[in-house]
Design a binder for this molecule. Sequence first.
Ligand SMILES: [Zn+2]
Length: 103
Amino acid sequence: MSDADSGKRRGLPGIDAVICGTAVVMERACGKEGCRCLRGHKHKSVYISQYHKGAGRMVYIPKGNEKSVLRLVKNYRILKSAMREASEVNMARFTAGRKKAKA
Ligand SMILES: [Zn+2]
């Protein structure tokens, strides 16, 4: 078993199958007369909130892409926590036996 396979074995998503950001569901009224949104059934749209070139932004996701995008956002969270875990394990591995530096 090689390091390259370890991710696949654990069923992790591919490193390129991600969208880093947070999915936000926005509700709005379209303003059309007689539309159900005026009676409380607002239109729901999915946006991705993310940092891009140092600034926050909200990007609208077209209806047909919502499912795919939400999956990729979830993948990002899965990979991020897997990387954190791996980092902890590796830190322990490479710092074993050393006294913790005291501040
Ligand atoms: Zn409406």
